[in-house]
Design a protein around this ligand. Sequence first.
Ligand code: S3P
Length: 210
Amino acid sequence: MSETTSPAPASTPQEAEIAAALGMRSIVLVGMMGAGKSTIGRRLAGRLRLPFTDADAEIAAAAGMSIPEIFETHGEQHFRDGEARVIARLLDHGPAVLATGGGAFMREETRNRIRDRAVSIWLRADADIIMRRVRRRADRPLLQTADPAATVSRLLEQREPVYQNADLTIASRDVPHEKIVDECVDALHARLCGNGAAAHETRDGISATP
Ligand code: S3P
């Protein structure tokens, strides 16, 4: 269920260089629920003229039911196994921009596949931003708890040390989406096209770790 974004003007040399350097590899967005992986991923795909795929949407389509229904009917473990299979399949069909669910990168096998077949970007968001963005929606089974804020803190504690293994880290925050996309493009270009390939810090405190 890949979707190409609407036609965009000819890509800049920087964007074209990134697409060329990727070859068959994909760009994979990882990070917590509410970090903006799908929103940013869709826009980034448009900029790089790549198809965009949302892994959660693919899992739901493969199962013929929504994510909450999969959790309710089959349990989290079943969902995680399906998630790993779907991401493996999608990574075999690069290049694309792929947004993954917040728990996907926690599985070692999936991390290894992403390392081998993609460049990963951790969209890092703090607890306040996450809570503000997920509060109004009931489609995250893991947050259907008595104290969702405590659940988010616990998940952040468990997951951030693992998300840190992504190739690049971009701070997701309340600025226009295009600014975050610009930062992804700059970090990808630095990483893939070797202009000052060493780790760099930008004005906004965004680190790109080679
Ligand atoms: C999950 C995140 C969700 C979805 C599922 C589990 C998680 O995706 O995969 O509800 O474990 O953090 P998003 O990160 O796109 O919300």
